[in-house]
Design a protein around this ligand. Structure first.
Ligand SMILES: NC(=O)c1ccc[n+]([C@@H]2O[C@H](COP(=O)([O-])OP(=O)(O)OC[C@H]3O[C@@H](n4cnc5c(N)ncnc54)[C@H](OP(=O)(O)O)[C@@H]3O)[C@@H](O)[C@H]2O)c1
Length: 304
């Protein structure tokens, strides 16, 4: 499995297993987690809210049965979303981490992300929470999710730990991260920048982009691979490259994200072993520049 160095500091598998849908698995959670490990996936992405805490609990049960695995895997979780509001207060961050540690049945979290920007956030409070978590040995690395460059800069006025990752939505049809940059100076919808040049900023700062929902169109609108009605040209093109590279279309969709020189990590949400294997194959595919742009255009995007 190809590697990524999160924030230039933490080596991890280029494909991560997102655990948000662990409660939906038809196979046992143990089999799903062990399939990931067999494929060389050593990074597990959680959030305190996934499955109302149940996803962390299922993972924690597996970990409790396999304690020797703890230092061979990387566990990431997120905090900051509460029912009806976002909350980056010191008290909430500290209690959320304690809850995650308890459910995950571990003494430390490798990476803690702030899940979605809280406009009522006080950078100093976040800094105090991060300092307390780091000095207690409860969290090793910190990052953010769904944050703009200026929101990260605001945090950094007080937070002294490096932020190693920003988890953002990115897939072939949901490729705003690259599309706006390809349409600078054009008066069309694709030039609208929704993230404040996040991709370029994160590359400049050495913060790793983690692509969430890498196989979904829209915001959980459903997978695009195999949906020939909504994405006919894209599926035709994925099928073509799947044949060329001797892998599945899922592998090509993963390889498309991995091909970007930002060296993104793919946070895959599949909990079906056969599909997980197809996705992992994508880490071995090196798409050419021409392939990459052909797939992008097949999703309906124009190059000005
Ligand atoms: N930071 C954030 O705000 C945020 C938001 C959302 C998600 N996340 C993280 O990102 C991870 C991935 O998100 P996601 O689960 O939405 O991503 P995803 O990998 O794009 O989607 C996975 C889901 O799509 C299904 N699927 C994928 N390809 C399919 C196909 N060709 N045919 C049929 N079904 C297909 C999977 O089913 P099978 O299980 O059957 O394969 C699974 O239900 C989450 O687990 C979570 O860790 C973060």
């Amino acid at each position: 499995m190809k590697k990524r160095i999160l924030g230039g500091q933490l080596p991890v598998s280029a494909i991560a297993m997102g655990c948000m849908r662990l409660t939906d698995a038809k196979d046992s959670p143990e089999r799903v987690i062990e399939t990931a490990l067999d494929l060389g996936i050593d990074f597990f992405d959680h959030a305190d809210i996934y499955g109302g805490g149940r996803c962390e609990e299922l993972f924690g049960s597996w970990l409790a049965a396999h304690p020797s695995m703890r230092d061979r895997i990387t566990i990431q979780t997120k905090c900051g979303i509460r029912s009806g509001c976002y909350d980056f207060s010191k008290a909430h961050i500290l209690s959320a981490v304690d809850g995650s540690l308890r459910r995950l049945r571990t003494d430390y979290i490798d990476v803690l992300l702030l899940h979605r920007p809280d406009t009522l956030m006080e950078p100093q409070e976040v800094a105090e929470a991060f300092d307390a978590l780091q000095s207690a040995g409860k969290v090793r690395f910190f990052g953010v999710s769904n944050h703009s460059p200026m929101q990260i800069e605001l945090l950094k006025t007080a937070v002294k730990q490096p932020l190693v990752a920003n988890q953002l939505q990115f897939s072939i049809p949901e490729s705003g991260l690259v599309t706006s940059g390809l349409n600078v100076n054009m008066k069309n919808d694709e030039s609208v920048m929704h993230d404040g040049s996040a991709l370029e900023y994160l590359r400049l700062k050495g913060i790793t982009v983690q692509a969430w929902s890498p196989f979904q169109g829209g915001f959980f609108r459903g997978p695009f691979v195999g949906d020939r009605e909504t994405y006919p040209a894209l599926n035709e093109t994925l099928d073509k490259f799947a044949q060329v590279y001797g892998v599945s279309p899922m592998a090509i969709a993963a390889a498309w994200i991995l091909r970007h020189p930002a060296k993104m990590q793919v946070v895959s949400g599949s909990v079906t072993p056969q599909r997980m294997r197809e996705i992992a194959d994508g880490a071995a595919v090196e798409l050419s520049r021409e392939d990459w742009y052909e797939i992008y255009r097949a999703a309906g995007f124009r190059l000005p």
